[in-house]
Structure formats: structure tokens, C-alpha cells
Design a protein around this ligand. Structure first.
Ligand code: GDP
Length: 312
């Protein structure tokens, strides 16, 4: 059993590769929910849905959100009504997911039960776990004001300067049922190349999760989302700097050092291999980590599994 910690873009790319090496039934994905939003009265869980659609083979892998070939008629109509949040595009088929999720939430089901239900209906064989059933938000403090993470990422295209990133609700949030067990019972744990602050950060900082990661004997390996000082996409460098981390593989290691056993970094950053191994005692390997083609994804997934096996 392999347990993967994921956000909504970088790690799903790696999962595409893993699926060619390991059966879906062998994969458990703990997904960030700290960037969930209420969108015109509907509960939207962007990272969970990306992972859900990926395993259902319907993900739009050009954008890494939404359903392939979806239309946007409802969004257009909502715009005519001056609805809020219409800058956050939601397709028509995607909308159905949010309607049923909200309906089930209002009936009293928990988020993890709903994800399980949607997984079953979409024929998903992997286990997808929202990190928590409790509401956690991501708030970004910027030079143009304080805003929700989706506003920052989508409405303002991650352009404003960032002073701080906060997670209201995180201190009190409990890991969803299944999360702790999936860490304890894993044979390998993978921290995917997702934003370490706002995608992986909320998961590892949940009560009990960090402790469990520290205590487990299972090899924990990460893939750096930062290459030559820049993320492949998104604002990871800005967020890391705002919180006092160097936007480099060293900064990534600093965030995960208390539980990490191995890390894959990009060849462009190979100068850091020695330092990571010497200073932190963490095994490092440099290889191509840019996932453009399926071949890149499978190759990187192979490297991750090989590194983990070498650490057993
Ligand atoms: P979000 O939930 O959409 O914000 O996405 P994630 O946090 O899962 O993914 C964003 C991170 O993925 C960024 O920090 C990127 O640098 C990283 N990423 C995206 N594509 C790649 C890739 O091909 N290789 C690597 N190494 N990182 C990637």
C-alpha cells in the first residue's frame, strides 16, 4: 500500500505516472481541503475533485481541474445573474459534483463519506481521503489586502506580493477517518511535488499527522516542486519566502526534515544533493522532475519508488 499526500496539480501528475506501475487499489491519497470554498452556495473541494476525476479517467489534464470536454453554460447564465465568484470557472458536469456534495453535506454526511460515495459512483478504485472533515481555510495576506487562497490564485493570478499565509481552523481540525491509519499502514509514503505551504502544509500540520509521520518506520520520500528557485506553476516560491524558507530544495527539506527520509530533486539543482545528505541525513537523488509527457511521469514515479525501496 502506498500513501500519497497531495494538492491539486503537481502530485496528480506524479500519480498519473504511478498508476502505470501500481494498481489503483494499492494507492491511498490524502488530499488537501484547506482550499475548499463555498461557491454560490455550493461546497467545492478543488484538490479532491482533481484527484477524483484523475482516477475516474475524466480529468482535464490540460488544466488539472475540471472534467475533460466540459461546457460552461451554467457559468455563463450565473454571470448574467451577477452571481459572485464567477471568475472561478466551474463546468456543467463539474457543477453536478458540487450540487450532490452540497446536498449530501446538508443531509448530514461527512466529507470523507461523500468522497467515498463519489469514488464509488465514478468507478474509482484508489482510496481518496480528504485530509479532514473540519473546515480549514487558507488566507493570504498581500500588498493589496487579505484574501482567500482561490481569490489569490485565480482572481488575482498569484500576482500580488505575499506577506503571510494563514490557515484558520487548522489548529482545531482533526484528520478525517482513515488518514492516520493510511500513514501507519503504508509501505511507502510519498509527499508529492505540491506546494509545501498551502497544499502539503495543511495536511502535515493537522493534529496527530506530523507525529505519526515522525514515528513511522515506513520510508517517506518527497519530490521537490521547486526547480532552479522557481515552482513549475503557482506561487510556491512566494509563499515559501513569506514564511521564511528559501525557495530551493533546501527550503523544501527544511519544511519536511523532521520526518523525511529521501527526496528527489531536479537535475538543475544537483548541487544540493551533497548538502541535503550531509547536513540533514536525508537521501537525495537528482533527476529530471519536469513532468510534461506520460513518459516523464512514469519515469519520475519509478525513481520515487526506487528511492523509497532503497530506504527500506
Ligand atoms: P494546487 O493545489 O493546484 O495549488 O497544486 P499543487 O500544490 O498540487 O501543485 C502546485 C505545485 O506543483 C507547484 O509548486 C509546482 O511547482 C508543482 N509542479 C507542477 N508541475 C510539476 C512538475 O512537472 N514537476 C515538479 N517537480 N513539480 C511540479
Amino acid at each position: 500500500m502506498i500513501t500519497i499526500l497531495s494538492g491539486g496539480t503537481g502530485t496528480p501528475k506524479l500519480i498519473e505516472g504511478l498508476r502505470h506501475l501500481v494498481r489503483d487499489e494499492e494507492l491511498t491519497v490524502i488530499v488537501n481541503t484547506a482550499d475548499d470554498i463555498w461557491w454560490n452556495g455550493l461546497y467545492v473541494s478543488p484538490d479532491v475533485d482533481t484527484v477524483l476525476y484523475l482516477f475516474a479517467n475524466i480529468l482535464d489534464t490540460e488544466k488539472y481541474w475540471g472534467i475533460r470536454g466540459d461546457t460552461f453554460y451554467a457559468l455563463k447564465q450565473l454571470t448574467r445573474y451577477d452571481a459572485e465568484w464567477t471568475w472561478f470557472s466551474i463546468g456543467d458536469k463539474d457543477l453536478a459534483t458540487h450540487i450532490i456534495r452540497t446536498y449530501l453535506l446538508k443531509k448530514g454526511l461527512k466529507l470523507h463519506e461523500i468522497v467515498k460515495y463519489l469514488s464509488r459512483k465514478l468507478g474509482v478504485k484508489a482510496t481518496i481521503l480528504p485530509m479532514s472533515n473540519d473546515r480549514v481555510e487558507t488566507i493570504v495576506e498581500t500588498d493589496i489586502g487579505v484574501m482567500n487562497i482561490q481569490e489569490y490564485l485565480v482572481k488575482y493570478r498569484a500576482e500580488p506580493e505575499v506577506y503571510n499565509v494563514k490557515f484558520p481552523g487548522l489548529e482545531r481540525a482533526l484528520p478525517a477517518p482513515g488518514v492516520i491509519d493510511s500513514i501507519r499502514n503504508a509501505e511507502i509514503i510519498i509527499i508529492g511535488p505540491s506546494n509545501p505551504i498551502n497544499s502539503i502544509g495543511p495536511i502535515i500540520n493537522l493534529k496527530e499527522v506530523r507525529e505519526t509521520l515522525r514515528k513511522t518506520e515506513v520510508p517517506i520520500v518527497a519530490v521537490s516542486p521547486i526547480i532552479s528557485g522557481k515552482p513549475v506553476s503557482g506561487p510556491a516560491d512566494k509563499f515559501m519566502k513569506a514564511l521564511g524558507y528559501d525557495p530551493s530544495p533546501i527550503g523544501i527539506v527544511e519544511i519536511y526534515k523532521d520526518f523525511l527520509d529521501g527526496i528527489i530533486i531536479d537535475v538543475a539543482d544537483k548541487v544540493y544533493v551533497e548538502k541535503i545528505e550531509r547536513k540533514y541525513g536525508i537521501k537525495a537523488k537528482a533527476t529530471n522532475t519536469i513532468m510534461l509527457t506520460l513518459k516523464d511521469k512514469v519515469k519520475l514515479a519509478e525513481e520515487v519508488l526506487d528511492l523509497a525501496k532503497s530506504l527500506k
